[in-house]
Design a protein around this ligand. Structure first.
Ligand code: HEM
Length: 218
């Protein structure tokens, strides 16, 4: 009897699997959250989508996540308000060695998933990125970013963040001119805690794993 129940549980377990979502909040910006989850198929193939969420209070003018250790050589995601209800997600790369505002990079292969927008004083971007395991190509050859790679189940992967407080940008232009950060920092994320079985969802290009995942605090 016991064995039967155990087997039954094992047989049905895969359909109940939810994404393990790793969440990081900067200590100096506790209302700002960065989440990540990675399909096991991406980890196995070292290629494919990764899922990111940036969620920031509207008291921040913009909030950003960077892959890697520094502005130079990183894929940078910047979130700001497009309107009172919509967000702009601007993928950018530094074109001058990280000395000034990163430039919009149209070669980032991103999809904004359902649930993105502004609600209850929070801006949220649910992102599927198809080319985030290495540096995005850039339109300029002066960029040195080609060295960046991400280990999809690395236990200590480097990331960084930055934010700027102030009134809404209110622009749907991904090249909008932004004021420099008034807060920033770096973090190491254990992506072995952020894996999910892609048996569910992977066939649907608009699947949003953040809507039904289980949370792991970084
Ligand atoms: C919006 C326009 C931006 C300007 C003008 C700008 C400018 C700069 C400058 C001049 C520095 C070196 C001086 C310092 O440490 O304070 C710097 C550092 C830094 N910035 Fe930015 N930045 C911008 C956006 C961003 C964004 C979107 C991120 C994304 C997370 C970011 C992350 C960082 C980090 C982590 C550092 C310290 C490490 C490093 O030098 O790379 N910045 N920034």
């Amino acid at each position: 009897m016991h064995t039967f129940h155990l087997l039954q549980a094992m047989v049905f377990a895969p359909s109940l699997v939810t994404a393990n979502i790793l969440i990081y909040s900067p200590p100096s910006q506790p209302a700002l959250t960065y989440s990540i989850t990675i399909p096991d198929t991406t980890t196995a193939a070292d290629s494919g989508p990764i899922y990111l969420q940036i969620s920031a209070p509207t008291t921040l003018q913009w909030a950003s996540l960077g892959q890697g250790t520094q502005m130079d050589s990183a894929n940078i995601f910047i979130l700001y308000a497009a309107s009172p209800t919509n967000i702009t997600l601007s993928p950018r790369s530094s074109m001058d060695g990280g000395q000034s505002e990163p430039q919009y990079n149209p070669l980032a292969n991103l999809t904004l998933l359902p649930g993105s927008g502004i609600n209850n004083g929070r801006m949220t971007a649910n992102i599927r990125c198809m080319n985030c395991l290495s540096a995005w190509p850039t339109l300029s050859s002066s960029n040195s970013s080609s060295i960046y790679t991400l280990d999809p189940d690395g236990t200590s992967t480097p990331w960084f963040w930055a934010s700027q407080s102030g009134p809404s940008v209110n622009s749907s232009d991904p090249s909008a001119d932004l004021a420099m950060h008034d807060d920033k920092g770096t973090m190491q994320l254990d992506l072995s805690l952020a894996q999910f079985s892609s048996a569910r969802g992977s066939l649907d290009p608009l699947y949003n794993p953040f809507s039904d995942g289980s949370i792991v605090i970084s």
